[in-house]
Ligand binder design. Structure first.
Ligand SMILES: *[C@@H]1O[C@H](CO)[C@@H](O)[C@H](O)[C@H]1NC(C)=O
Ligand SMILES: *[C@@H]1O[C@H](CO)[C@@H](O)[C@H](O)[C@H]1NC(C)=O
Length: 151
């Protein structure tokens, strides 16, 4: 299972590396294919994003492989996703989750189709932890980047 995951990640990374900046997919070379985000995605840390699109709405489940503190994401490290997706062949997306212990995360990004029909989701995220009071506000938000691959 693990080796299969690493293998598919490696294959995807190699496919990604072969694309130089000025060859990044544009509307022209996507050839009627659209970057459909329905399905199961996995990021560089092994977190899983299972989503379904209806119209412009995203629903699904996020299963995280990492937590800010032990147990922060709840017993099963899973949370419901809600979000929205744009139109066009490589749509932008925005989705959010509320974790069981009261922290929450939001991602924004875009779905890209790479040569060979490899789909990736490039995102930035914010994670908000609940502060006990206003003095704790300054250090309660984390920012990061996630790259998801369609599995
Ligand atoms: C996206 O993919 C899902 C599952 O593969 C499929 O049911 C759905 O029709 C696709 N949506 C579009 C717009 O192609
Ligand atoms: C705010 O919360 C922190 C962490 O729990 C605590 O140490 C601090 O005393 C609190 N400050 C105030 C003004 O209540």
């Amino acid at each position: 299972m693990m080796s299969m995951m690493l293998w598919s990640l490696l294959v995807s990374l190699l496919a990604y590396r072969n694309v130089s900046a000025n060859e990044l997919p544009s509307d022209k070379n996507v050839k009627g294919n659209s970057c459909n985000i329905t399905g199961t995605w996995r990021n560089e840390l092994g977190s899983t994003l299972r989503v379904k699109v209806e119209g412009s709405q995203i629903t699904g489940v996020y299963e995280t492989a990492v937590e800010s503190t032990r147990g922060a994401a709840g017993r099963e490290s899973k949370a419901k996703i809600i979000g929205v997706v744009g139109e066009g062949p490589q749509p932008t997306v925005s989705f959010a989750v509320m974790w069981e212990k009261g922290s929450c995360s939001a991602w924004v990004g875009q779905c890209f189709i790479l040569p060979g029909d490899v789909r990736i989701l490039k995102t930035f995220w914010l994670l908000r932890s609940a502060a006990d009071n206003l003095s704790g506000n300054w250090g309660s938000t984390r920012l990061g980047e996630d790259l998801f691959f369609m599995t």
